[in-house]
Design a protein around this ligand. Structure first.
Ligand SMILES: NC(=O)c1ccc[n+]([C@@H]2O[C@H](COP(=O)([O-])OP(=O)(O)OC[C@H]3O[C@@H](n4cnc5c(N)ncnc54)[C@H](OP(=O)(O)O)[C@@H]3O)[C@@H](O)[C@H]2O)c1
Length: 292
């Protein structure tokens, strides 16, 4: 059975592999494919699905295909400005995006709602944290979260105003892991981009592609997955990284999700392998900021 973990101090229990539903929202994914991966995820024991207001059709597909199974999973979504008509980082915009997510996902409550890459100067205002507290009190959301990286993440964590964070953690992106996550073990932590966008699928530099930075970093780190395939190597690093509760690999392919669950069930990477990753990071990557 897919391992489940208490999600920080929240009441949720989350599967060590979650489903990143960014890809589920893409136009070239059919309704049938979306239905298959969403239902298949629950059937395989996944209990955390992550989406966002900005992920195309994702929220509405989750509602359409899982509305009747809503009690079987923890739903995290994210919102911010300039997303589907929400004009700014005002409390009103954030409340409007919560209402929209509730409607599209056919939920009575959003289990975890993240401020999506909210800049530090907005976080310093504090009014959005008050807004989320009121949304929790009103039962619209279960837990107030912050999604982001680097200094804004550190600020959000130190503030004590959030019950959960979603942040980049992978073999090529360890700043958040090393500098922030250890500070507040009571937080529920979602590792986003957990297999570094699978940059090994590109033999040559994927110029302009989302995975380009991680491709470049993996070239520099010269890590060796040994007998494992790269996806397994990358995922076992992230899923068992200290402080991480769930690793939300993004895919709309049920076969990939199944492989990821099988790989994770093999447990943490061996100590010698982890030491090699640590050495490479300290030698080459220690100055690298997290990718947002
Ligand atoms: N909060 C934020 O700002 C933020 C930012 C980025 C991501 N996220 C969240 O994190 C989730 C994951 O991030 P991500 O999708 O950017 O990165 P990721 O999970 O590290 O990588 C996703 C890529 O890995 C491939 N993949 C998945 N399983 C595979 C397997 N077994 N073998 C080979 N390739 C495999 C997928 O390809 P296929 O499509 O071919 O399976 C996809 O291209 C997103 O869906 C989203 O929920 C949040």
């Amino acid at each position: 059975m897919l391992e489940r973990r208490p999600f920080g101090n929240t009441t949720f229990s989350v599967s060590v592999v979650g489903l990143g539903a960014g890809q589920v929202g893409e136009n070239d994914v059919t309704e049938a494919e979306a239905a298959e991966v969403l239902n298949g995820a629950l059937d395989l024991g996944v209990t955390l699905i992550d989406t966002a207001a900005s992920y195309g059709l994702s929220e509405e597909r989750i509602g359409r295909h899982l509305g009747r199974r809503r009690e079987e999973f923890v739903l995290s979504t994210k919102g911010g400005p300039k997303i589907n008509g929400q004009p700014d980082w005002s409390p009103g915009s954030v409340l409007a995006t919560i209402e929209r997510s509730l409607r599209l996902t056919q939920s009575e409550q959003i289990d975890i709602f993240y401020l999506h890459s909210c800049p530090i100067e907005i976080l310093r205002r504090g009014d959005l944290q008050d807004t989320l507290d009121k949304a929790v009190a009103a039962g619209k959301i279960g837990v107030a979260g912050y999604s982001g990286d680097n200094e804004p993440l550190a600020f959000a964590v130190e503030s004590g105003r959030f019950g959960s964070v979603e942040t980049s953690v992978n073999i090529a992106d360890q700043w958040n892991l090393r500098h922030v996550l250890a500070r507040r073990p009571e937080l529920g932590v979602i590792a986003k981009r957990p297999i570094a966008n699978a940059p090994w699928r590109f033999p040559d530099r994927p110029s302009g592609h989302y995975a380009e930075l991680y491709w470049e970093r993996l070239q520099a780190l010269r890590l060796d997955p040994g007998d494992m395939d790269w996806a397994e190597f990358a995922l076992r690093f992230t899923a068992y990284a200290p402080g991480v509760h769930t690793a939300i690999v993004g895919t709309a392919k049920l076969a990939h999700l199944r492989q990821n669950i099988t790989a994770t069930s093999r447990g943490p990477l061996e100590t010698g392998v982890l030491e090699g990753i640590d050495r490479a990071w300290r030698d080459i990557g220690s100055d690298w900021a997290a990718s947002t």
